[in-house]
Design a protein around this ligand. Structure first.
Ligand SMILES: [Ca+2]
Ligand SMILES: [Ca+2]
Ligand SMILES: [Ca+2]
Length: 249
């Protein structure tokens, strides 16, 4: 497994345009339409999120699970080398960031929630996030195409629920902050555990109501951060029923 990840990483460094590792793409104006409420708001395109979530087939695009498997590493713990971060390409002019990075905008990737003991890291660039509140300046990177390793302690066995929730915001306030977005590791989250913490409670109901009756769920928005639990594009009573099964479980 480690050999495969090293090869993938090397391939990715050579060919950043079509990286074989998953990445979030940072942009603004998620709907791509000028004149709507999201024009100035940051978002991350989630199309590649969980693309490589099948532990038995790590090189094929499956989007099989709603979590990233964690693999044994050389440190005696568990990790996975994706997803990373990049920006929306210039071929998408309505949604790409405008101007010069770190001059016209300064995109900060900030952790707002993380499992105790879990970490996100790119130590060669000085990035190590293992507590809520920690962040890094994506716009200061020499290359916007950033790989991140996520690492869980040995005690988790690699199969316990782990998560990290980020927002992206613009320190120069050219853009408004994104909604929070979570990445799940180790095992499938409970249906309805939208504010991910391993249980379904009122916080999750509030999150479901935020997306209630939306109709454009897809891999691009991670089905409204899993609110569209049955992945039929709509957030409605079918999804509420799935949530209710897990309430207070
Ligand atoms: Ca818009
Ligand atoms: Ca929850
Ligand atoms: Ca649904």
């Amino acid at each position: 497994m480690k050999t495969i990840m090293i090869i993938l990483t090397l391939m990715c460094g050579i060919c950043t345009a079509a990286c074989s590792l998953d990445h979030f793409l940072i942009g603004h104006n998620q709907d791509g339409i000028t004149g709507t409420a999201d024009d100035n708001q940051l978002f991350v395109d989630c199309t590649q999120k969980y693309r490589h979530s099948d532990p038995d087939n790590q090189t094929t695009d499956t989007w099989k699970n709603w979590y990233y498997p964690l693999y044994p590493n050389m440190y005696g713990s568990y990790s996975v080398g994706e997803p990373g971060f990049d920006v929306i390409a210039s071929s998408d002019p309505d949604r790409k960031l405008s101007g010069t990075a770190n001059v016209d905008y300064r995109i900060i990737v900030k952790c707002v929630a993380i499992t105790s003991g879990f970490s996100a890291r790119k130590t060669t660039l000085g990035i190590l996030i293992d507590e809520a509140g920690e962040s890094f300046n994506h716009s200061a990177l020499a290359d916007s195409h950033l790989h991140i390793e996520y690492r869980a302690p040995a005690s988790t066995g690699g199969t316990q629920l782990q998560w990290i929730t980020f927002i992206v915001y613009d320190e120069l306030e050219t853009y408004e902050p994104s909604e929070p977005f979570s990445i799940v590791f180790g095992t499938d989250p409970l249906a309805g555990d939208l504010v991910i913490d391993g249980k379904v409670d009122l916080n999750d109901v509030a999150e479901l109501s935020y997306y209630w009756l939306e109709e454009n769920g897809s891999i691009a928005n991670d089905f409204y951060e899993r609110a569209d639990a049955n992945k039929d594009s709509k957030v409605n009573f079918m999804d509420f029923a799935l949530m209710a099964e897990n309430y207070f479980q």
